[in-house]
Design a protein around this ligand. Structure first.
Ligand SMILES: [Zn+2]
Length: 216
């Protein structure tokens, strides 16, 4: 499967999963050091086809393709320019994650072991006007240390070593948001005990490549 085919498959998946509605969201992947595929502006992710994928450079200039570059390209470029190991970025508005972001709450407490191991802390970036430089600026304090971010009153972003990896991080993020919502209906979540958290970090260090600052 070519790079753009993989990207198209994940576009369809985020729409089917309800992580975006109408023309929301944008997805991208790195094709070389300074070249990226990104979904064009104003396309429903459920209907993305080959001609809806643009090629851009590391400054957001269009290199190939028909249509406008999304104004949210800055979210993607910030990640690629700061983190050479990131090869894919997904920005969506999934209902539960975005509801927490609207409530001004990130996921900064250790509640689920697999999240501690694979996603790490998920900070909330303070509200920024979409399309402006304020948006990447709001992400800058966290960009070097995270696998996922919430954007206040807006949505979520995940980063991955591949487009599948970024997708599964988005799916996991939305799943924990939904689970926390239900836990609160049942009286509220409890954190993993401090002592047990140390044990988890030993596993994280030996098995997963979790960045030290994304520890809880
Ligand atoms: Zn958005």
């Amino acid at each position: 499967m070519s790079g753009s085919e993989e990207l198209i498959k994940i576009c369809h998946k985020v729409y089917e999963k309800g992580f975006v509605s109408a023309y929301d969201g944008n997805l991208s992947m790195r094709i070389s050091t300074d070249r990226f595929f990104i979904t064009r502006s104003g396309v429903c992710k459920g209907e993305v086809k080959e001609t809806d994928i643009l090629e851009i450079d590391g400054s957001g200039n269009k290199i190939k393709g028909e249509g406008k570059v999304t104004t949210e390209y800055k979210i993607h470029i910030l990640a690629y320019n700061n983190r050479p190991e990131i090869n894919a970025v997904i920005h969506c508005h999934p209902v539960y994650s975005t509801a927490f972001a609207a409530k001004e709450e990130g996921f900064e407490n250790p509640v689920f072991p697999e999240v501690v191991l694979t996603l790490g802390k998920i900070p909330l970036c303070k509200y920024a006007t979409p399309s402006t430089d304020e948006l990447p600026e709001s992400m800058e304090p966290y960009i070097n240390d995270c696998n996922a971010l919430l954007l206040q009153n807006h949505g979520a972003v995940t980063f991955g070593s591949s487009i599948n990896d970024a997708y599964y991080k988005m799916e996991k993020l939305e799943h924990i948001a939904k689970t926390l919502f239900v836990a609160r209906l049942l009286g509220g979540e409890k954190n993993i005990p401090e002592q047990k958290l140390k044990q988890l970090y030993e596993i994280a260090e030996s098995t997963y490549n979790l960045k030290p600052n994304s520890k809880y």
